[in-house]
Design a protein. Sequence first.
Length: 81
Amino acid sequence: MKATNPRAFGLTDLKIANEDTIKQNYFWAYSGPSTSNGRFPPFSWNNWTDPSTPKLGLAPTYDFEWVKIPIDLEKSQEHLS
């Protein structure tokens, strides 16, 4: 984030699945702007100076781990038919 004139933009989440994870009934999810493999610090509202940007209910710093999320294959198959 630029020190002067910061702007809110960019990727906020990611979900990854492949044939193997689908067969095993899960996918991986990650929330938060990219750190570009550690080149940038995690995004933090503590560095945000624009008081007009609503932040109620948001995490103060976006430094989350990948999460393994189970899925329901039967419901997914019904949706496709």
